[in-house]
Design a binder for this molecule. Structure first.
Ligand SMILES: *Cc1c(COP(=O)(O)O)cnc(C)c1O
Length: 372
């Protein structure tokens, strides 16, 4: 099979040097012996799991984290020896595969563990586990010391199971009010201290905590959103210890340009009506690519100008109002920098009343990812 060229001009360009830079900056910010767990779930937040994982490992990360068995197996096909942790609740039926492929699972309940322990004698290799504490997130994990000790003892009693780590997740590390964060941290510390022996990897911090909180580094931090150069929240933005470099830009081209007359309409429903003679450009990107209809009115960059999307966004195409006649093939930046202008992911997330995390995850597989 030969690789077809990329015909469609719509693409996401991923700057792997930016990813490495963000990790190297984190490395300098952390105490020297702290491991960095690169969070590459959801196809590395839409950036491409294998490429991002390799860049992260080159820049100093030592473990990878994903959300699902499928994500872990996909990484394992390409990345052989690095530990891979599945953060979510894996089905019990996946446990033998996890053991075989050296994938670390999260233990989040006594029931789950007893089901896994029943099969463990058939595992080809020992299964590595990280115990999840629900210190207040209310998602998965054990909440009480009695449950934790029961888990611990059951794992230690089973020769095919290994306690490799223990962790928790903060619900509000990116917010100004520290109350919940402090309570979660205290709960987690007390539970970890109640264990007969400290597991190899104690970890709690996500991006927000690892950047702006003290006393949360333990043995490792789980670094997700800021690895991609995005800031978890406006509050974290105000307290960033170093500049982040966004890794993703989104580009397309004009595939058609025309002049329309006063009164002419553009796109479905005809509710965009030209008030004068206007130049309209068409781009091959639409809601099936992740340019959701809620982004109608959003600006894009062409020749360094901010140019609005006009009319409804279609499934595969959309239209922009040009300041003057332009040629077919003219480059369009939807996210990223052109000349002095910049459209940040924050601009999209604010327009859509959501968080930056959702934006790169929205870009569908139809958008080719190009790496530089
Ligand atoms: C997604 C996730 C992370 C990464 O969070 P960021 O805010 O992107 O750093 C860390 N830990 C857990 C358990 C997660 O699910």
């Amino acid at each position: 099979m030969y690789q077809l060229p990329n015909f469609r001009p719509t693409k996401a360009v991923i700057d792997l040097a930016a990813i490495k830079y963000n990790i190297e900056q984190l490395r300098k910010h952390l105490h020297s012996n702290i491991d960095i767990i690169a969070v590459v779930k959801a196809n590395a937040y839409g950036h491409g799991d294998i490429q991002v994982a390799n860049a992260a490992l080159q820049a100093g990360a030592s473990m990878l984290a994903v959300a699902t068995p499928e994500e872990a197996l996909h990484l394992r096909e390409f990345i052989k020896n690095t530990p891979i942790l599945i953060l979510g609740a894996s089905p019990v039926s996946f446990a033998p595969y996890a053991a075989q492929y050296n994938i670390t699972l999260t233990v989040f309940s006594v029931d789950w563990l007893s089901e896994v322990a029943k099969q463990a004698k058939n595992f080809e290799k020992p299964l590595k586990l990280h115990i999840k504490i629900d210190s207040g997130m209310g998602r998965i994990g054990v909440r009480k010391q009695t449950e934790l000790i029961a888990l611990y003892n059951a794992i230690v009693a089973n020769k095919r199971l290994i306690i490799d780590g223990i962790f928790t997740h903060f619900a509000s590390a990116d917010e100004e009010n520290p109350k919940q964060f402090k309570e979660q941290l205290a709960t987690f510390k007390a539970l970890v201290a109640s264990l007969p022996e400290k597991p190899r990897f104690v970890h709690a911090a996500n991006t927000a905590a690892s950047l702006i909180k003290d006393d949360v580094q333990f043995d490792a931090v789980r670094f997700g959103i800021a690895m991609y150069g995005l800031v978890p929240s406006p509050y974290v933005e105000k307290h960033l210890p170093f500049i982040l470099k966004p890794a993703l830009s989104l580009e397309s081209e004009l595939v058609h340009v025309k002049k329309i007359e006063r009164g002419d309409t553009v796109s479905y429903g005809g509710n965009y009506v030209a008030v004068e003679e206007e130049w309209i450009g068409t781009m091959p990107i639409g809601y099936a690519d992740g340019l959701v209809r809620g982004l109608a009115g959003q600006e894009v960059l062409i020749q360094g100008n901010r140019v609005p999307i006009v009319g409804r966004i279609c499934m595969d195409q959309c239209m922009v109002k040009l300041p003057y006649n332009m040629v077919v093939g003219e480059k369009v930046i939807l996210i990223g920098q052109q000349h002095q202008e910049m459209i940040k992911i924050e601009e999209w997330s604010e327009r859509l009343h959501t968080i930056v995390y959702e934006i790169p995850c929205m870009l569908t597989s139809r958008i080719t990812r190009i790496y530089k």
